[in-house]
Design a protein around this ligand. Structure first.
Ligand code: SME
Length: 165
């Protein structure tokens, strides 16, 4: 099922409620289906972003998976860049200005601010969701809460493998 409607972003509480409900309806049990469609859903509805996608934990590094945007860095070491920091600390990284983040990895030169949410299932890191914006200070605590909620839907609706082969 495809939907081409847009969700109004001016009321963020309402926006994320509707986004979550679309995500619930879209979710399947297969992880690769959900990563593909969740990145597309975010690209469709989140204004002012230039890249959104997932990196998955594989052999103790982050490997590029489903995304929307320009081709990106394929491997990120745990602890490196914004994604590697989210993976190491298991904490969401909300970065108002990527130039001020020590070790930020430039994949798309247009990116000016970024948010990275770790994907954690049964206490274990699966990977991260990364969203980049071409403007400074793009994301606030409401976006953080909304995106963490979306990740929770992804985690709970999906049957995850023991490892990504
Ligand atoms: N900027 C990220 C790298 C991934 S790209 O933005 C798609 C980082 O510093 O981890």
């Amino acid at each position: 099922m495809q939907q081409h409607t847009s969700i109004n972003y001016s009321d963020k509480t309402k926006f994320y409620k509707e986004l979550h409900s679309e995500a619930e309806g879209l979710a399947e049990k297969e992880w690769f289906v959900n990563l593909a469609n969740f990145s597309a859903l975010l690209k469709q509805h989140l204004p002012e972003i230039n890249w959104v996608g997932f990196y998955l934990l594989h052999n103790n590094e982050l490997l590029l998976s489903s995304f929307q945007g320009l081709p990106a860095c394929t491997r990120i070491a745990i602890g490196k860049g914004v994604c590697g920091t989210a993976a190491k600390t298991l904490q969401t990284q909300l970065v108002a200005d990527v130039d001020q983040f020590p070790g930020h990895i430039v994949c798309d030169a247009a990116s000016k601010s970024e948010i990275v949410v770790p994907l954690i299932h049964n206490g274990k890191l699966l990977g991260v969701l990364d969203v980049d914006a071409p403007v400074l200070n793009r994301f606030d605590s409401e976006d953080q809460k909304g995106l963490q909620g979306l990740v929770q839907i992804l985690i709970s609706k999906t049957v995850w493998p023991d490892r990504f082969a």
